[in-house]
Design a protein. Structure first.
Length: 275
């Protein structure tokens, strides 16, 4: 056997190394204690893996533990049993590689848009000049350049949420967690924000995990949709979405899109609840 043949043989039988997921949730359970000492189960046996750079949405009925799951991934509340790992490290508290966007923009009314976006720099000790340059870059990305000196009350609801997204990205986190970020917006503004978020995600390259009550929104934005049961929340199904990107609003009228939303809606109805 020649050296070339030997090399070929070695390559042919070399084991394929699986790529480790960015986020891994294993056997996760969460219970809360009441004032009477009773235990309420919020989440049961959640298992999930999320690849770097992907966009994953979570949908389910009210009270099923969607927001609780997001807060556990963020390190804001602990698991009861099981684990959440990011890049192979257990999540035991808040992390600098995570940004969070809530349903309400939570912008400070006495600070300008620019100063609101720069707020994480003060908390994390990022040099002001570096943070300011980053903030201007992000405001351009979310199309709020020209509004740096405006105050939150001078912006529309959608603009406020774009400012909060920019703020969450200031420290350049690998992961963006979003808890019903567009729930308070009207239907037309919400659709436009879905387009904007898709663009921001593609331009930033972040990994996004988004909670929503809207099945169409979950399908439109997600690479896959995690469908949860009523409380105690379990993962009923993981639905892949293979529609090409970038996605336009016209795609929501296609039979494929309608079939996915119907599948998820039927699954939620079978599990006993639908918002």
């Amino acid at each position: 056997m020649t050296s070339g043949e030997t090399a070929t043989t070695i390559l042919s039988f070399a084991p394929r190394v699986a790529k480790r997921p960015l986020i891994k949730i294993a056997a996760l359970n969460k219970s809360f204690a009441t004032l009477r000492g009773e235990r309420i189960r919020a989440l049961v046996d959640i298992e999930c893996e999320i690849a770097a750079g992907s966009f994953v949405t979570i949908v389910g009925p009210s009270g099923c533990g969607k927001s609780t799951l997001l807060r556990i991934v963020a390190g804001l509340i602990p698991v009861t049993t099981g684990s959440v790992e990011i890049s192979g490290e257990a999540v035991t508290g808040p992390r600098r590689d995570i940004g969070v966007v809530f349903q309400n923009s939570i912008l400070l009314p006495w600070r300008t848009v620019l100063d609101n976006v720069m707020l994480p720099a003060e908390i994390l000790g990022i040099p002001r000049d570096k943070a300011r340059a980053r903030a201007h870059e992000l405001l351009r990305m979310v199309r709020l350049d020209g509004f740096e000196d405006k105050y939150p009350q001078e912006l529309s609801g959608g603009m406020q949420q774009r400012a909060s997204i920019a703020r969450a990205l200031l420290h350049d986190p690998a992961i963006l967690l979003m808890d019903e970020p567009f729930g308070a917006l009207d239907a037309m503004t919400r659709e436009q924000m879905n387009l904007e978020l898709q663009r921001i995600w593609r331009e930033s390259g972040k990994t996004v995990l988004l909670v929503t009550h809207s099945i169409p929104e979950a399908v439109f934005l997600g690479d896959k949709v995690l469908v949860m049961t009523p409380r105690p929340g379990r993962l009923a199904a993981t639905i892949p979405v293979t529609a090409p990107r970038p996605r336009g609003l016209d795609g929501m009228a296609t039979p494929e899109f309608g079939g996915l939303t119907k599948e998820i809606r039927t699954l939620l109805q079978q599990k006993g609840s639908l918002d």
